[in-house]
Design a protein around this ligand. Structure first.
Ligand SMILES: NC(=O)c1ccc[n+]([C@@H]2O[C@H](COP(=O)([O-])OP(=O)(O)OC[C@H]3O[C@@H](n4cnc5c(N)ncnc54)[C@H](O)[C@@H]3O)[C@@H](O)[C@H]2O)c1
Length: 440
């Protein structure tokens, strides 16, 4: 096995994490409990926050950042001090749904310029099979003047963490690792085993590891798309999808998926990486792309359901007073990237409705910058015609119907409309208390 592992644990060599976001930061914090870690990010505002002990991702918490020994830096030359590098930069898509490789190319260029002989480089960013070897290695070689396989080694280890999930954490999720040769694989596996208590799965090649990640996320996307398709059909049939799913889930081999908004930068994005590469090779995706189409249309579907319920409740749609609770792409997480709640809001705007939007997790400045949407406070929610429970943050899940009722305007003979996208309300209570409600 390469001697990098011994050098790291004996603190003769340092480990660097490049890209300190939802993925990179928890990794860096975990490794820093065992090794000397350099944490590099080109976003100086983020590095300043980390240096002052603030965790904007809320993944590890401020205390962990305050107490970590990570050496935070925006200076690429600091990467020369490390021999084991982990790259965890974003892999978004362009407007036309093709992969946007700018961060992967940018980070590989920066690392290449500061790569030293004897290093190991592991990519964690989600990509399609072939990116590590066909795109990243050539950049590292060109920028460093070093030869991959001789002067430095390469590997790939997809990240599976689930931000906001307090149960499935970095340490207890089995990690797929791969390397360009047996020695590299063994070295990478033992480094990750320092922090991954659940252990590692050694993939037979880098491409297998890359493929496993896009495949597992595409599988999830398709399963949710199937439930969304059922939800749209059942809506026309006047059947409650959740009741159907509850019944279905009593079977031993039921998959347990529910309909929902698929946002964020993973499930709603990674399938496009896979489709892009398959298309280049002449395979035209059918199932994956249709699943994407279904899931991308759910914001409009929900918005149209809101309008229908308002009309049926006898409200004047234009300027109806609506509050939307939650704008992040998932619960208990501040991440607003590619949030499908934004699609709902945009569609409501088309009907002349400007909803109040409340989210205690989201960063108001980021929401304003990214979406031109001003966040409101809970105190501003009053005199409503309709409330939309869009994200299951714990603050919203704990509200209860009595509290929700206080947000509505007095309407002695009118119907109060509740749109419960996340299935937060008790359906019997909704029935007995006479609300007009709709859920996905
Ligand atoms: N967040 C998740 O739930 C999750 C889960 C599994 C896998 N992933 C994958 O992991 C990768 C990272 O995702 P993330 O959510 O941590 O993204 P993120 O945006 O939270 O963090 C990425 C960080 O990389 C930095 N960065 C961008 N370009 C850089 C460069 N050239 N050099 C150095 N730093 C650079 C950014 O400033 C940012 O801080 C993506 O490929 C994503 O698909 C994410």
């Amino acid at each position: 096995m390469l001697k990098i592992y011994d050098d790291l644990v004996n603190k003769k060599a340092n480990l660097s994490v490049i890209g300190l976001g939802y993925v990179g930061m928890p990794l860096a914090v975990a490794f820093a409990k065992h090794l000397n870690v350099i944490g590099y990010d080109l976003n100086s505002a983020k590095i300043d926050l980390y240096k002052s002990g603030i965790d904007p991702t809320k993944e590890v918490g401020d205390d962990a950042i305050k107490n970590t020994t990570i050496q935070f830096t925006t200076n690429p030359e600091d990467l020369r001090k490390a021999k084991f590098h982990i790259i965890a930069v974003p892999t978004p898509i362009n407007q036309d749904k093709t992969p946007d490789f700018k961060p992967i190319i940018g980070s590989s260029t920066i690392l290449g310029q500061n790569l030293t002989k004897g290093s190991v480089v592991v990519y964690e960013s989600t990509v399609y099979p072939g990116v590590t070897e066909d795109i990243c290695i050539p950049i590292l070689e060109k920028e460093s003047g070093l030869k991959c396989g001789v002067d430095f080694k390469i590997g790939y280890s997809p990240e599976r963490i689930n931000p906001g999930d307090k149960l499935h954490r970095l340490e207890n999720i089995k990690k797929i690792v791969s390397g360009m040769d047996k020695d590299t694989l063994e070295a990478i596996a033992s480094v990750y085993e320092l922090v991954i208590k659940a252990g590692v799965h050694k993939a037979s090649s880098i491409k297998v590891a890359e493929a496993a990640k896009v495949a597992e996320n595409s599988q999830r996307d398709i399963n949710i798309a199937f439930m969304n398709e059922l939800a749209m059909a059942f809506d026309k049939m006047g059947i409650d999808t959740n009741e159907v799913v509850d019944a279905m889930n009593t079977k031993w081999n039921a998959l347990g998926f529910r309909p929902g908004l698929v946002g964020g930068h993973c499930i709603g994005v990674d399938p496009y990486y896979f489709v892009y590469e398959a298309e280049k090779l002449g395979y035209h995706s059918q199932i994956i792309l249709s699943g994407r189409q279904v899931n991308d249309g759910m914001g409009s579907f929900v918005a149209d359901a809101i309008i229908k319920q308002l009309v049926l409740a006898g409200k004047v749609v234009k300027n109806a007073k609506i509050a939307i609770l939650g704008i992040t792409f998932k619960e208990n997480c501040p991440d607003v990237r590619n949030s499908k709640v934004v699609d709902i809001i945009k569609r409501l705007h088309e009907y002349g409705i400007d909803p109040l939007v409340v989210d205690p997790w989201a960063d108001a400045a980021e929401v304003e910058r990214e979406y031109k949407i001003r966040l409101n406070t809970m105190g501003e929610i009053k005199e409503l015609d309709c409330i939309v429970l869009a994200v299951a943050h714990k603050e919203f899940a704990e509200l209860g119907l009595d509290k929700i009722n206080t947000f509505f305007r007095e309407m002695p003979n009118g119907e109060k409309v509740i749109i419960d996208i996340k299935n937060l309300c008790n359906i019997e209570e909704l029935h007995t208390k006479g609300y007009r409600f709709w859920r996905l």
